[in-house]
Design a protein around this ligand. Sequence first.
Ligand SMILES: Nc1ncnc2c1ncn2[C@@H]1O[C@H](COP(=O)(O)OP(=O)(O)O)[C@@H](O)[C@H]1O
Ligand SMILES: O=C(O)C1=C[C@@H](OP(=O)(O)O)[C@@H](O)[C@H](O)C1
Length: 171
Amino acid sequence: MAKNIILIGFMGVGKGSIAREIVKQHPMVALDTDDVIESMENRKIKKIFEEEGEAYFRAIEQHVAEWLESDVRNTLISTGGGFFKVKNLKKIGTVVLLHADFDTIHRRILAHPNAEKKLKKRPLFQDEARARALYDEREKHYMKAADIVIDVEGKSPEKIAKEIIKKVIRK
Ligand SMILES: Nc1ncnc2c1ncn2[C@@H]1O[C@H](COP(=O)(O)OP(=O)(O)O)[C@@H](O)[C@H]1O
Ligand SMILES: O=C(O)C1=C[C@@H](OP(=O)(O)O)[C@@H](O)[C@H](O)C1
Protein backbone atom coordinates (compact mmCIF):
# COMPACT_ATOMS: atom_id res chain seq x y z
CA MET A 1 0.00 0.00 0.00
CA ALA A 2 1.78 3.15 -1.19
CA LYS A 3 -1.17 5.46 -0.84
CA ASN A 4 -2.08 7.30 2.31
CA ILE A 5 -5.52 6.89 3.84
CA ILE A 6 -7.20 10.08 5.01
CA LEU A 7 -10.05 9.98 7.50
CA ILE A 8 -12.42 12.94 7.17
CA GLY A 9 -15.72 13.78 8.86
CA PHE A 10 -17.47 16.09 11.28
CA MET A 11 -16.04 17.05 14.69
CA GLY A 12 -16.44 14.16 17.10
CA VAL A 13 -17.47 11.55 14.52
CA GLY A 14 -14.50 9.42 15.68
CA LYS A 15 -11.62 10.13 13.28
CA GLY A 16 -8.95 10.04 16.01
CA SER A 17 -10.46 7.10 17.90
CA ILE A 18 -10.87 5.03 14.74
CA ALA A 19 -7.30 5.78 13.59
CA ARG A 20 -5.99 4.56 16.96
CA GLU A 21 -8.10 1.41 16.66
CA ILE A 22 -6.90 0.74 13.09
CA VAL A 23 -3.22 0.85 14.10
CA LYS A 24 -3.97 -1.56 16.95
CA GLN A 25 -5.42 -4.08 14.50
CA HIS A 26 -3.12 -3.40 11.54
CA PRO A 27 0.36 -2.06 12.32
CA MET A 28 1.02 1.10 10.33
CA VAL A 29 2.11 4.66 11.06
CA ALA A 30 -0.62 7.18 11.82
CA LEU A 31 -0.65 10.95 12.27
CA ASP A 32 -3.33 13.52 13.04
CA THR A 33 -3.31 16.89 11.28
CA ASP A 34 -4.53 18.73 14.41
CA ASP A 35 -1.65 17.18 16.39
CA VAL A 36 0.85 18.24 13.70
CA ILE A 37 -0.50 21.80 13.79
CA GLU A 38 -0.44 21.97 17.61
CA SER A 39 3.11 20.75 17.59
CA MET A 40 4.23 23.22 14.89
CA GLU A 41 2.56 26.09 16.73
CA ASN A 42 3.33 24.85 20.25
CA ARG A 43 -0.20 25.77 21.33
CA LYS A 44 -3.63 24.16 21.36
CA ILE A 45 -6.12 24.54 18.48
CA LYS A 46 -8.41 26.47 20.84
CA LYS A 47 -5.61 28.98 21.52
CA ILE A 48 -4.79 29.29 17.79
CA PHE A 49 -8.44 30.14 17.06
CA GLU A 50 -8.55 32.64 19.95
CA GLU A 51 -5.25 34.33 19.24
CA GLU A 52 -5.09 34.24 15.42
CA GLY A 53 -8.59 33.47 14.15
CA GLU A 54 -9.94 30.72 11.91
CA ALA A 55 -8.39 31.94 8.63
CA TYR A 56 -4.89 31.56 10.11
CA PHE A 57 -5.70 27.99 11.19
CA ARG A 58 -7.04 27.13 7.71
CA ALA A 59 -3.83 28.43 6.13
CA ILE A 60 -1.76 26.09 8.32
CA GLU A 61 -4.06 23.22 7.37
CA GLN A 62 -3.31 23.98 3.70
CA HIS A 63 0.42 24.11 4.44
CA VAL A 64 0.23 20.71 6.17
CA ALA A 65 -1.80 19.35 3.22
CA GLU A 66 0.98 20.34 0.82
CA TRP A 67 3.58 18.59 2.98
CA LEU A 68 1.39 15.46 3.14
CA GLU A 69 1.06 15.40 -0.64
CA SER A 70 4.76 15.86 -1.35
CA ASP A 71 6.43 13.93 1.49
CA VAL A 72 4.14 11.45 3.23
CA ARG A 73 3.36 7.90 2.04
CA ASN A 74 1.88 4.70 3.51
CA THR A 75 0.36 6.59 6.40
CA LEU A 76 -3.04 6.70 8.06
CA ILE A 77 -3.98 10.37 8.40
CA SER A 78 -6.76 11.52 10.70
CA THR A 79 -7.83 15.12 10.23
CA GLY A 80 -9.69 18.00 11.84
CA GLY A 81 -13.32 18.34 10.77
CA GLY A 82 -12.59 21.19 8.34
CA PHE A 83 -9.46 19.72 6.75
CA PHE A 84 -11.47 18.28 3.84
CA LYS A 85 -11.56 21.82 2.39
CA VAL A 86 -7.85 21.86 1.49
CA LYS A 87 -7.26 22.33 -2.24
CA ASN A 88 -5.25 19.13 -2.78
CA LEU A 89 -7.21 16.62 -0.64
CA LYS A 90 -7.55 13.98 -3.36
CA LYS A 91 -3.83 14.12 -4.13
CA ILE A 92 -2.93 13.15 -0.57
CA GLY A 93 -4.48 9.67 -0.71
CA THR A 94 -7.70 7.68 -0.50
CA VAL A 95 -10.33 9.79 1.23
CA VAL A 96 -12.50 7.89 3.73
CA LEU A 97 -15.50 9.71 5.17
CA LEU A 98 -16.75 8.62 8.60
CA HIS A 99 -20.44 9.39 8.61
CA ALA A 100 -23.05 9.63 11.39
CA ASP A 101 -25.95 11.98 11.98
CA PHE A 102 -25.49 15.08 14.11
CA ASP A 103 -27.46 13.78 17.11
CA THR A 104 -25.37 10.61 17.31
CA ILE A 105 -22.15 12.64 17.29
CA HIS A 106 -23.48 15.07 19.91
CA ARG A 107 -24.67 12.22 22.14
CA ARG A 108 -21.29 10.49 21.91
CA ILE A 109 -19.35 13.56 22.91
CA LEU A 110 -21.69 14.15 25.86
CA ALA A 111 -21.38 10.51 26.94
CA HIS A 112 -17.63 10.85 27.47
CA PRO A 113 -16.58 11.19 31.15
CA ASN A 114 -14.59 14.27 30.10
CA ALA A 115 -17.38 15.71 27.94
CA GLU A 116 -16.97 19.31 29.06
CA LYS A 117 -13.28 19.31 28.18
CA LYS A 118 -13.98 17.56 24.85
CA LEU A 119 -16.45 20.30 23.90
CA LYS A 120 -14.28 23.16 25.16
CA LYS A 121 -11.34 22.21 22.97
CA ARG A 122 -13.51 22.50 19.82
CA PRO A 123 -14.07 26.22 19.06
CA LEU A 124 -16.71 25.44 16.43
CA PHE A 125 -18.73 23.21 18.80
CA GLN A 126 -19.43 25.83 21.49
CA ASP A 127 -23.05 26.34 20.54
CA GLU A 128 -25.23 23.34 19.63
CA ALA A 129 -27.42 25.18 17.09
CA ARG A 130 -24.40 26.62 15.27
CA ALA A 131 -22.65 23.26 15.24
CA ARG A 132 -25.80 21.67 13.80
CA ALA A 133 -25.98 24.36 11.10
CA LEU A 134 -22.32 23.77 10.24
CA TYR A 135 -23.02 20.02 10.01
CA ASP A 136 -25.96 20.64 7.65
CA GLU A 137 -23.91 22.99 5.51
CA ARG A 138 -20.93 20.63 5.27
CA GLU A 139 -22.67 17.30 4.79
CA LYS A 140 -22.92 17.36 0.97
CA HIS A 141 -19.35 18.63 0.68
CA TYR A 142 -18.04 15.75 2.82
CA MET A 143 -19.91 13.30 0.56
CA LYS A 144 -18.47 14.92 -2.54
CA ALA A 145 -14.91 14.80 -1.19
CA ALA A 146 -15.10 11.12 -0.20
CA ASP A 147 -13.80 8.14 -2.18
CA ILE A 148 -15.44 5.82 0.34
CA VAL A 149 -18.15 6.46 2.94
CA ILE A 150 -18.16 4.42 6.15
CA ASP A 151 -21.34 4.57 8.22
CA VAL A 152 -20.22 4.66 11.87
CA GLU A 153 -23.69 4.75 13.37
CA GLY A 154 -24.31 2.05 16.02
CA LYS A 155 -20.94 0.34 15.50
CA SER A 156 -18.05 -0.04 17.93
CA PRO A 157 -14.64 1.47 17.05
CA GLU A 158 -13.30 -2.13 16.76
CA LYS A 159 -15.94 -2.99 14.15
CA ILE A 160 -15.43 0.24 12.19
CA ALA A 161 -11.66 -0.28 12.13
CA LYS A 162 -12.12 -3.85 10.88
CA GLU A 163 -14.38 -2.60 8.09
CA ILE A 164 -11.87 0.04 6.96
CA ILE A 165 -8.98 -2.44 7.03
CA LYS A 166 -11.01 -4.86 4.90
CA LYS A 167 -12.46 -2.35 2.42
CA VAL A 168 -9.61 0.14 2.11
CA ILE A 169 -6.30 -1.13 3.46
CA ARG A 170 -6.23 -4.81 2.49
CA LYS A 171 -8.65 -4.62 -0.46
N1 LIG B 1 -17.82 4.14 17.21
C1 LIG B 1 -17.93 4.84 18.35
N2 LIG B 1 -18.84 4.49 19.27
C2 LIG B 1 -18.97 5.20 20.42
N3 LIG B 1 -18.25 6.31 20.76
C3 LIG B 1 -17.33 6.69 19.86
C4 LIG B 1 -17.10 6.01 18.62
N4 LIG B 1 -16.12 6.65 17.95
C5 LIG B 1 -15.75 7.69 18.74
N5 LIG B 1 -16.46 7.72 19.88
C6 LIG B 1 -16.36 8.72 20.97
O1 LIG B 1 -16.75 9.97 20.38
C7 LIG B 1 -15.94 11.04 20.87
C8 LIG B 1 -15.26 11.78 19.73
O2 LIG B 1 -14.31 10.94 19.09
P1 LIG B 1 -12.97 11.50 18.42
O3 LIG B 1 -12.20 10.31 17.98
O4 LIG B 1 -12.31 12.46 19.35
O5 LIG B 1 -13.58 12.29 17.17
P2 LIG B 1 -12.87 13.20 16.07
O6 LIG B 1 -11.41 12.82 16.06
O7 LIG B 1 -13.58 12.86 14.80
O8 LIG B 1 -13.11 14.62 16.49
C9 LIG B 1 -14.96 10.40 21.86
O9 LIG B 1 -15.47 10.60 23.16
C10 LIG B 1 -14.94 8.93 21.47
O10 LIG B 1 -14.66 8.13 22.59
O1 LIG C 1 -14.57 21.10 11.99
C1 LIG C 1 -13.67 21.97 12.10
O2 LIG C 1 -13.59 22.95 11.34
C2 LIG C 1 -12.63 21.78 13.17
C3 LIG C 1 -12.52 20.54 13.77
C4 LIG C 1 -11.53 20.27 14.85
O3 LIG C 1 -11.10 18.90 14.78
P1 LIG C 1 -12.02 17.63 15.23
O4 LIG C 1 -12.81 17.22 14.02
O5 LIG C 1 -11.04 16.58 15.62
O6 LIG C 1 -12.88 18.08 16.37
C5 LIG C 1 -10.33 21.21 14.73
O7 LIG C 1 -9.57 20.93 13.58
C6 LIG C 1 -10.79 22.63 14.68
O8 LIG C 1 -11.43 22.89 15.91
C7 LIG C 1 -11.75 22.93 13.52
